[in-house]
Write a protein of this length. Structure first.
Length: 157
């Protein structure tokens, strides 16, 4: 059994999204140990101030990098990352030498380039932009699907 860590910046607020994410997280527990680390999003007083946003992303980067488990293959979710099929994502996760995989979702303002450079893989789910909170549900479903593929289960058709 492997070890999966999901680091997110910001919290889920909508009950229906929390329920959906928790359902996939529970299902994942049959295949791997799952740890979810939720970090606080930096407050930004002026959403139009690029320097303030950059400062916030750097503060978040310090906390993200400190939370990554030692020896884990690190995957940063980034729109400019590589897109994988479900089978390819399963092979990527299943191929982690240490058995540890850490996936990172940045804040609603994105993710520091420093975190992206530190990651072993940059993963894009789409060129489309998804709401930050919905992305967590999508990620947990994709992780569950990946583990069912690795286990040879029928969930993935």
């Amino acid at each position: 059994m492997g070890y999966l860590t999901v680091i997110t910046v910001g919290s889920l607020k909508e009950k229906y999204l929390i329920a959906a994410k928790d359902e996939y997280k529970k299902r994942l527990g049959a295949y791997t140990r799952v740890e979810e680390i939720e970090l606080k999003e930096e407050k930004i007083s002026n959403e139009d101030d690029k320097k303030e946003i950059e400062r916030a992303l750097e503060c978040e980067a310090d906390r993200i990098l400190a939370a990554i488990p030692k020896g884990a293959m690190t995957v940063a979710l980034a729109v400019e990352g590589k897109q994988y099929s479900s089978e390819e994502l399963a092979r990527l996760i299943g191929g982690a030498e240490s058995g540890k995989v850490c996936l990172i979702i940045g804040s609603s303002h994105g993710m520091s380039e420093r975190v992206k450079r530190a990651a072993d893989v940059r993963l894009s789910f789409s060129r489309l932009t998804f709401p930050h909170q919905l992305m967590r549900v999508i990620l947990f479903e994709a992780l569950y699907r990946s583990h069912t593929i690795l286990a040879g289960k029928r969930y993935h058709k």
